[in-house]
Every structure is written in structure tokens, then in C-alpha cells.
Write a protein that binds this ligand. Structure first.
Ligand code: SF4
Length: 186
């Protein structure tokens, strides 16, 4: 057992999914057995596919997937910035606004009606009912339109190895350099 494990002086990481498809998080799991090695150096305090933790805990590295597309996303993004020393935009949606911004040409209210009301059956709950979905913002926008971002790891999703490299570089006190050949669009 490593010293980091016995004293648990591992660096801490929290990830959040904003307006994303969870593809970035899925790809992160593709690190496979290397995730075990990474966990020698890193404690994942929050990440919806790995840890059952609500909210954004304090962490050394905070990672966001997805665009900022609704009011809840704004709150989570601000919490991430407040609680994490280094903030990473994971994937094209968080870094650049990506495919999720295709909805920007549509009226937000009409889109909610079309998707949730127009296609609903009798048993569907209305998003405008007792437990409404968070209000859509007029546009889906990248993370750095709302908070300061320290590191960008583009791709859709970024390659698992590039994600791991980004975290390892930060642990070494370096700014990750994502060269063009490493960009992945699957
Ligand atoms: S960057 Fe691609 S994989 Fe990641 S959330 Fe956006 S659409 Fe999904």
C-alpha cells in the first residue's frame, strides 16, 4: 500500500455534469485498469458515475462536462469555481459549447413545449408542474462565459488517456498541453 493511501494525502477531484450527454464521463471510465493506478494519487470525492455524492465538495481539481444551459448549471458551475482550486473544462461542450449549442437557434420555451408537452403521453409529468425542470437559459454557452477556467481538454469526448494525462499533469504542477493529434471526435 502506498504512503498516499495510508495517510490519504491524495489530491482530491470532483467532477460535475452540466448540460452534457455524460459521454465525457463514460469515456473517463474507459481508462479501465489505469483508473486503479490513478486512484493511488487521486481521491474522487464527487463524480456521478463513480461516487454517490450530491453537491460539489471542496477539491483540488474540479472538472466540468457539458454546456451551461439552464439555471441549475449556473449554480453548479459557480459552486465548482468556489470549491475547487483548479477548474477544468472537459470536452467540447464545456470548453467551446459544442453540439449542445445547436439548440441556440430555437426559442427555449417553444422547445420545452415541443419536447416535454408535445411528445408527452397522459402519464407524463409536465416540466412546468409541481417539480419543474430547471429553467432553460436563452442560449447554451461554454463554461468560461460564467466562471474562470484554468484548463481546457477539448474533444467529443476527449480520449480517456488524454483525460488521465490532464489530471496527472496537474498533479505534477504542470499545465496540460493537448496537441492536435491527441484530439478525439468519436
Ligand atoms: S463533449 Fe461530446 S461527449 Fe462530452 S458532453 Fe459534449 S457531446 Fe457529450
Amino acid at each position: 500500500m502506498s504512503q498516499a493511501e495510508t495517510t490519504d494525502e491524495r489530491a482530491t477531484v470532483a467532477t460535475v455534469c452540466l448540460g452534457g450527454c455524460s459521454g465525457c464521463h463514460m469515456e473517463f471510465l474507459n481508462i479501465d485498469h489505469d483508473l486503479v493506478d490513478l486512484l493511488e494519487d487521486v481521491k474522487i470525492k464527487a463524480s456521478h458515475m463513480i461516487v454517490d455524492e450530491k453537491g460539489v465538495p471542496e477539491a483540488d481539481i474540479g472538472i466540468a462536462e457539458g454546456v451551461v444551459t439552464n439555471e441549475e448549471n449556473v449554480e453548479v458551475a459557480e459552486e465548482l469555481r468556489e470549491n475547487c482550486d483548479t477548474v477544468v473544462a472537459w470536452g467540447d461542450c464545456a470548453a467551446l459549447r459544442g453540439i449542445m449549442s445547436l439548440r441556440n437557434d430555437e426559442d427555449a420555451d417553444e422547445m420545452i413545449d415541443e419536447v416535454y408537452e408535445g411528445k408527452a403521453d397522459e402519464e407524463s409529468e409536465s416540466p412546468r408542474g409541481d417539480v419543474p425542470v430547471p429553467a432553460l437559459l436563452e442560449d447554451a454557452r461554454p463554461l468560461d462565459d460564467y466562471i474562470d477556467v484554468d484548463v481546457y481538454i477539448p474533444g467529443c469526448p476527449p480520449d480517456a488517456e488524454v483525460m488521465a494525462y490532464g489530471i496527472e499533469a496537474l498533479l505534477d504542477g504542470e499545465q496540460p498541453e493537448i496537441v492536435e493529434e491527441k484530439l478525439q471526435y468519436d
